[in-house]
Write a new protein. Structure first.
Length: 99
């Protein structure tokens, strides 16, 4: 009976490591991939370095982000540097400001 107890104990430990360590990181990785797949021009993003900006152009693995109201502050960066995403409304905010 003690052998069965050890096997059950070992299975419980492995299950605990899976549900506490591995599964949450897999879900976070999947969430990040979905976020990066849904990026579009005009979206407001928060970068991993803490800067807010608007996406101006997108290529396969890079984006060009405009920071602030200065048109000269456009920085190319990797898509993986995007931490959060806020989808643009029907019209871009800049177009609404001009009306």
């Amino acid at each position: 009976m003690s052998t069965i107890g050890w096997v059950v104990y070992l299975v419980a430990i492995v299950a605990m490591f899976y549900f506490v360590g591995i599964r949450p990181s897999q879900k976070e990785r999947q969430r990040q991939q979905e976020l990066l797949a849904s990026v579009a021009v005009g979206d407001t993003v928060l970068t991993t370095s803490g800067f807010y900006g608007v996406i101006i152009d997108i290529t396969d693995d890079t984006v060009i982000v405009e920071f602030g109201n200065n048109k000269n502050c456009r920085i190319p960066m990797q898509k993986t540097a995007i931490a959060q995403l806020e989808k643009a409304a029907n019209g871009s905010p800049k177009a609404e400001d001009k009306k």
